[in-house]
Design a binder for this molecule. Sequence first.
Ligand SMILES: [Zn+2]
Length: 170
Amino acid sequence: MEPMTTTGVDLPDDAVDADDWFEVPDELHYYYSYSYGGVSRFFREIVDNQRLTVTRCELCDRGYCPPRRDCPRCWERTTWQPHPGTGTVVAPVYCYWTQINSPVRRYVQPPFVYALVRLDGMTNALHTLIHTDDLRVNRTVRVGTRVEVRFREQRRGTLADVYFVPVEQP
Ligand SMILES: [Zn+2]
């Protein structure tokens, strides 16, 4: 019999024949923590102070939210700035259904409006939820709608800690 290998380790010739292996499907659950590294301040300000902070490159003046520790254009270290949390919807998505086991259901139940929002003065855009009572397509949320940030009462350091609401237009 040829030696069997698992992950590159040779097993002895008298190891159990693969045909005799009995396998049982099972599940593993891991609990762990991870660091946001150079953008930790963004989440800490949301959790502790209900404030939005963004980063800006002093060399090319591009602003980033989601923040970037280093400017992806010129690789300069960015600096932190407070932001009032106002912006414009770039691309809304109206979601009326998700799979019953979809991970998104940990954060929100359909129907909901999900959107890319470009905060004022920023180069990139943030994926976020837009809260509105009128969930009909393009009624209160559409490309160009002005929005402002809100903070959830319970915050745990994820982008789901914030959402946006349409700003009443004069
Ligand atoms: Zn730059």
